[in-house]
Design a protein around this ligand. Structure first.
Ligand code: TA6
Length: 298
């Protein structure tokens, strides 16, 4: 794929060729570095000066055409999880495995940003018979902001779900506590049933929970790394918390067996009753904002 020099901003933005075949865009602000792949519009790295990375990517991740990288912030759209009616369609929709176009890069003061886009095609319409324009805005400054705007460019309404499926890096998942979901109802995809969260979410074994009707900010307290990671969201009424645990990690070929202790997913989602209906030319934005406070800079 040809990407012209027009997106280069010295010291702030440039496109590099990547072994897996997809160009990667590197974005730098005075205090942070972000790397994203044009395949999937997939933010892979977010590192703040002097701190361990905030996003997690498996060392067993597979970088290949048509394969979503295990980690970072995969973009799931126009559905989250399995297709509502057709199990032969790809899990988490189809946009995380196709090439997006780079539309703009910019830098001003402490902020560096990029806009990527994806429009419907014969291939997407074969999977989902609607016309759309998707835009992903990535902004890095004192935090990482990722905004996915979906616009219905057809002449009939459609309903879509989706997720910004963030993999956050933690020092030891067994020691973390996630605040922000106390009292929220969730579907337990591991043990089954619907439950109500009591206090912070802690992780001991596989956790796969769909928290419903919540707009809350989640804060991950990570004593092993001496930091709190704050995951805000907007345009999302569902939050998913996922850690595969040892067995599921072992079963995933792009997830090294021992890595489940170093990550947790805190995902800004719209699924189930929280999907969005868009009239012709209407749009909806799903947003996640990630930052961290270390014990040193509380
Ligand atoms: O967000 C949690 C989840 O739906 C889990 O059930 C698990 O499947 C995870 O997403 C990863 O999905 P993937 O298709 O990327 O392997």
């Amino acid at each position: 794929m040809k990407t012209s020099k027009r997106f280069t901003i010295p010291g702030r933005a440039h496109v590099v060729a990547w072994a897996g075949g997809a160009p990667h865009l590197l974005l730098d602000s005075p205090g942070a570095h972000v790397e994203l792949s044009l395949q999937g519009g997939h933010v892979l790295r977010y590192v703040r000066a002097g701190e361990p990375p905030l996003l997690w990517v498996s060392r067993a991740a597979i970088y290949a055409p048509g394969k979503a990288v295990r980690g970072g912030v995969p973009v799931c759209w126009p559905w989250f999880g399995p297709h509502p009616t057709d199990p032969t369609k790809p899990q988490h929709g189809f946009v995380r495995t196709v090439m997006w176009e780079l539309r703009e890069t910019g830098a001003e003061g402490d902020l560096t940003w990029a806009r990527l886009g994806l429009r419907d095609s014969a291939a997407t319409r074969a999977l989902w018979p609607h016309a759309f324009d998707l835009e992903l805005a990535v902004r890095v400054g004192d935090r990482l902001e990722i905004a996915l705007t979906a616009r219905n460019t057809g002449n009939a309404p459609f309903t879509c779900g989706g997720a910004l499926h963030s993999y956050l890096a933690v020092g030891d998942v067994a020691q973390i506590a996630i605040d922000g979901l106390d009292g929220v109802s969730y579907l337990d995809k591991v043990g089954g049933g619907e439950h109500t969260q009591a206090g912070p979410v802690t992780i001991s074994g596989e956790v796969d929970r769909v928290y419903q009707d919540t707009a809350s900010t989640c804060t991950i307290s990570d004593p092993a790394l001496g930091r709190r990671v704050v995951v805000e969201k907007a345009g999302s009424r569902t939050t998913v918390i996922w850690n595969p645990g040892v067995e599921k990690a072992r079963a995933l070929k792009d997830f090294a067996d021992d890595e489940y202790t170093g990550m947790v997913c805190v995902e800004a989602v719209n699924a189930g009753d929280d999907t969005v209906e868009l009239a012709p030319w209407a749009s909806h934005t799903l947003r996640t904002l990630i930052t961290a406070y270390t014990d040193a800079n509380q």
